[in-house]
Design a protein around this ligand. Sequence first.
Ligand SMILES: CCCCCCCCCCCCCCCC(=O)SCCNC(=O)CCNC(=O)[C@H](O)C(C)(C)COP(=O)(O)OP(=O)(O)OC[C@H]1O[C@@H](n2cnc3c(N)ncnc32)[C@H](O)[C@@H]1OP(=O)(O)O
Length: 154
Amino acid sequence: MTQETAIQDQIQGNHCFGCGPDNDQGLHIKSYWTEKDQTRCEFFPSAHHNAGPAQYLNGGIMATVIDCHTVCTAIADGYLQSGRAVGSGDRIWYATGNLDIKYLAPARIDTPLILEATITERSPRKTVLHCNLSSDGRLCAKAEVIAVRVPGDW
Ligand SMILES: CCCCCCCCCCCCCCCC(=O)SCCNC(=O)CCNC(=O)[C@H](O)C(C)(C)COP(=O)(O)OP(=O)(O)OC[C@H]1O[C@@H](n2cnc3c(N)ncnc32)[C@H](O)[C@@H]1OP(=O)(O)O
């Protein structure tokens, strides 16, 4: 279940700091389906995304990329569950209801992050996802996210 076009590039008018193609100063993450209910994102940190020590990545940036990768996965899944192409017709939109992160090890600023999300539960109003964030072959954070469906004009 691989695809060439990122989920984010199939959705119009997204100004989100983490995932919006329409945000000039954003992180511009890109997420792709890998298997049924699973997506992957590779993110290259910039030098100014530091934590206190210059060699490590800021935890808020880690939270942002996890948030955006998982919520975009929930949005894409919402379209698929409705039998529609992602981004087609009336907007299907989810917001973060809960983001529970465990920071397990520091992530280096000069190494790409790999995010792997899995949908673990879905209902008409919410989607629950697990996400692992790895860097340099090491699991640096794991998260549980609840994405809640909101109206298209949210
Ligand atoms: C011009 C065109 C533009 C198009 C553009 C498209 C852009 C497309 C890409 C965007 C990608 C964004 C990626 C970043 C995502 C963000 O950063 S969003 C910003 C951060 N989040 C927020 O600001 C959300 C603020 N909170 C809220 O708005 C509301 O509290 C919520 C979360 C929508 C929930 O609303 P609600 O009416 O309380 O929901 P409710 O019906 O009571 O609950 C529904 C279900 O969710 C559960 N739930 C609700 N809240 C929670 C919670 N906090 N914790 C746990 N469970 C919860 C409930 O238990 C319930 O579960 P079930 O009973 O069904 O099992």
